[in-house]
Write a protein that binds this ligand. Structure first.
Ligand code: AMP
Ligand code: ZN
Length: 464
């Protein structure tokens, strides 16, 4: 069966056909790096990870580009308030972003282009738009001339005339400077508030607007027309609409073939926000002792086009679910003797799982296939009906499916208390430079089946 995605552009599910057979160009709007990502951001990023992993499972070579927004109003304001340089602030939070995505098992993108590394590309694109009459200069800034682009609104299905008031939050136009209230800034002339943040360029002294970076960097990495573009639903308008306008006006070619948008994560029925005090970063949750894989399960298991209502109960429930998988794997490892090799059962489970994800990432059905398999196989194990080969086949299948969902791995086994106490004693011995004692403890631990790995986060116990 072919892969199908719901394309926001056409408002229907469509069979996915990449431009080049076997290859996919995927652009996903990335974080604005001035604070820690919240779990709403991570919901969208986790959906994009599932999308990419499924395409890879189906044999596509995916080139995944995720931009890093490192110059923008909120970043500049933060720098002004704290005195930290733009470079230092954004580097710090880009590193934090990488730590977060590693913690919940997102694959690293092929490329993370940063806006500030692409000022020349951005300026060149704006110059093209100026030459073609799609942009104009006013008071040192450059604006996109929205009325000149006939297709505006085709993604969000907005009525252009209804936008005339410029009421939408992110149509950042100044009615005195622009010809039309709907026009948006491509380049912002320097003003005092920007302080040291500016570039001297052929189109003047200033900095790029937010929308233009995605047009410039996606084209640079993936070409003028590429396969898939995604982001959270809030980006559909105006950000993605503006990207289409900028890119198609400049190149005269269709920009993106499939647009996928992820619905929001909400908390107890309300949008997550700082003022409601229902705002969580991944770090908040890890500090409270929640397991990142359980959170990943929560983020992944609601279909991406449905709102996800986040709750702590949901993480607890996910933990239970993952325990079931772990217990199942432990049972498989204890299987002895004769019985089924589970050839048909594993083939059927995998086929259902993959077909469900082919259908616009139907995660609920994909997971149901796995849990049906676990239930049926558990019954067989109760009757001693699974062979060693069958157990191995089941584990291999789970590992293969886990390359897509990233939640079925065996969690690290926790060391018993006496072992943990010994490990602490070894640390104390090492601090006291009593290396003889430290080594003796290490040998003692090894004899009881545990090794100590020294990691940047401190020593960690692992089963031999
Ligand atoms: P930002 O760092 O604000 O540029 O956002 C990064 C990504 O997170 C974008 O794709 C947003 O659409 C997405 N996003 C922001 N808030 C939420 C939310 N509550 N639920 C899901 N995605 C979100
Ligand atoms: Zn973008």
């Amino acid at each position: 069966m072919a892969i199908q995605f719901y394309n926001t552009l056409t408002r229907q599910k469509e069979i996915f056909e990449p431009i080049e057979p076997g290859k996919v160009g995927l652009y996903t709007c990335g974080p604005t790096v001035y604070n820690f990502a919240h779990i709403g951001n991570l919901r969208t990023f986790t959906f994009e990870d599932l999308l990419r992993r499924h395409l890879e499972y189906r044999g596509y070579a995916v080139r995944h580009v995720k931009n890093i927004t490192d110059v923008e109003d909120k970043i500049i304001r933060t720098c002004r308030e704290t005195g930290e340089s733009l470079k230092a602030l954004t580097t710090r939070f880009f590193d934090a972003f990488l730590q977060d995505i590693d913690a919940i098992g997102l694959l690293r993108a092929t490329e993370y282009p940063r806006a500030t590394d692409h000022i020349n590309d951005i300026v060149a694109l704006i110059q093209t738009l100026l030459e073609k009459g799609y942009a104009y200069e006013s008071d040192g800034s450059v604006y996109f001339r929205l009325g000149a682009f006939k297709d505006y609104g085709k993604l969000s299905h907005h009525d252009l005339d209804a936008l005339k008031t410029g009421a939408s939050g992110r149509v950042d136009s100044d009615e005195y400077a622009t010809e039309d209230a709907r026009d948006f800034a491509l380049w912002k002339a320097w003003d005092e508030e920007d302080g040291p943040v500016f570039w001297e360029t052929a189109i003047g002294k200033g900095r790029p607007g937010w929308h233009i970076e995605c047009s410039a960097m996606s084209t640079k990495s993936l070409g003028p027309t590429f396969d898939i573009h995604s982001g959270g639903i809030d980006l559909m308008f105006p950000h993605h609409e503006n990207e289409i306008a900028q890119s198609e006006a400049a190149t005269g070619k269709p920009f993106v073939r499939y647009w996928l948008h992820c619905e929001h994560l909400i908390v107890e029925g309300r949008k997550m926000s700082k003022s409601l005090n229902n705002f969580f970063t991944l770090r908040d949750l890890l500090d409270r002792g929640y397991d990142p894989t359980a959170l990943r399960y929560v983020l992944i298991s609601t279909h991406y086009r449905q709102r996800l209502n986040f709750s702590f109960d949901a993480i607890e429930a996910a933990k239970e679910t993952l325990h079931r998988v772990r217990d199942f794997r432990l049972r498989l490892r204890a299987v002895t003797g004769e019985g089924s090799d589970l050839i048909e059962e594993t083939a059927q489970c995998e086929a259902q799982f993959a077909a469900a994800l082919d259908d616009d990432l139907n995660i609920a059905e994909a997971m149901a296939a796995v849990f049906d398999f676990i239930r049926d196989t558990n019954k067989l194990i109760d009757q001693n009906g699974v062979s060693l080969q069958g157990a191995a086949n089941a584990e291999t299948m789970l590992d293969r499916l886990d390359t897509v969902v990233g939640v079925f791995g065996m969690p690290a086994e926790e060391a018993p208390e006496d072992v943990q106490a010994l490990a602490l004693e070894r640390q104390a011995a090492r601090r006291a430079k009593d290396f003889k004692r430290a080594d003796a403890i290490r040998d003692e631990l090894a004899a009881s089946g545990w090794i100590i790995e020294d990691t940047p986060d401190g020593p960690r116990l692992k089963r031999v």
